[in-house]
Write a protein that binds this ligand. Structure first.
Ligand code: AKB
Length: 321
């Protein structure tokens, strides 16, 4: 099988940074083209500046580099998206439409588009959210994801464009920082646990949300993109479940490694967003169709985060008793 030539948009974001490295390891760095808004990059992997709203430049890059797969990650997240809803619609929705049009025009083989748990909002079963449960998003970010899922499905049905998607839970990793999301607390808390041993959480202690460790999220994404076309039964977006916990449960787990760690709760507007999202996702279809199975539970994820961030912040790592 020939190696894909991959374009990544939003490559400097939380997922993009880690996914680019993983794709380069898998296919070779000459097969990857990272893009984002910044003019220049660190030069370690091929990079070009690209604003996803500039459709003609996107088309030029796809044609010139003979791109065969696009991972379209550029987006504003749920919390920052609420601060400028028109800009959020523009970047998240029109950016995706540009990708779909360009992919269709230049016969790109496969497109990956991340959706999110934010497609749910009210009137659904929070404690075990089915793939096709009612989607009535409460944020502009969620609205762009619901619309985007339908557009991906439409391009598949009408034009045979092979668009694949995952509804990501909150993603936790030590390699990169999130920005502007409601689930960001679950990364920030680890950095603060290592730096100052205390954290002020912007969600209430009992707010349970679906999350996933970065390694699992990246593996899921690549497994989905590598699955045979005939195995893909969902063309909107697959529910994906890694683990679920509350801020209080996470703090308790962190205390096993950092016994002096303390947490306070000062919920802000993000609490209202989180309160309307699922607690646990039913991801049976991902398990059936492309054998999805998460590897990290709360204790393994916490251990790996603390281990890696201890190195970053020059702290000793001590195994809990
Ligand atoms: C956010 O919090 O906005 C994202 C998401 C769950 O889609 N991490």
């Amino acid at each position: 099988m020939t190696k894909p030539k991959i374009l990544i948009t939003g490559a400097n974001g939380q997922i993009g940074q880690v996914l680019s490295v993983q794709l380069a390891k898998k296919y070779g760095k000459e097969q990857i083209l990272r893009t984002d808004l910044a003019q220049n990059d660190d030069g370690l992997l091929p990079y070009k500046s690209l604003d996803v709203l500039d459709k003609s430049r996107m088309a030029q890059i796809v044609e010139q580099h003979q791109i065969t797969q696009i991972y379209h990650l550029a987006a504003l997240l749920s919390a920052s998206g609420e601060k400028n809803i028109h800009k959020t619609w523009d970047i998240n929705f029109n950016g995706l439409v540009h990708v779909l049009d360009v992919a269709k025009e230049f016969s790109v083989d496969r497109v990956f588009f991340p959706s999110s748990i934010a497609v749910y909002g009210s009137g659904f079963n929070k404690s075990f959210t089915a793939q096709n449960d009612f989607r009535n998003p409460s944020t502009m970010y969620g609205i762009t994801k619901v619309a985007g899922e339908s557009w991906g499905n439409y391009y598949w049905m009408k034009y045979g464009l092979d668009v694949r998607s995952i509804r990501y839970p909150g993603i936790i990793g030590y390699q990169s920082l999130p920005g502007g999301g409601t689930t960001d607390y679950a990364v920030d808390i680890f950095h603060e646990a290592l730096k100052s041993e205390k954290y002020t959480c912007f969600l209430e202690s009992a707010t349970r949300l679906p999350m996933i460790y970065m390694d699992d999220a990246i593996r899921a994404t690549i497994e989905l993109m590598e699955a045979s076309t005939e195995n893909i039964s969902v063309r909107t977006s697959y529910n994906l479940q890694g683990l679920s916990f509350t801020p209080a449960e996470l703090a308790e787990e962190i205390r096993k490694h950092r016994p002096n760690f303390t947490i306070e709760y000062h919920p802000d507007f993000r609490q209202e967003i989180a309160a309307q999202w699922p607690e646990i996702m039913d991801d049976q279809l991902a398990r059936n169709d492309w054998s999805w199975k998460p590897a990290f539970d709360l204790s393994e994820m916490t251990k790996d985060m603390i281990l890696n961030l201890s190195k970053k912040y020059n702290k000793d790592y001590v195994e809990p008793n």
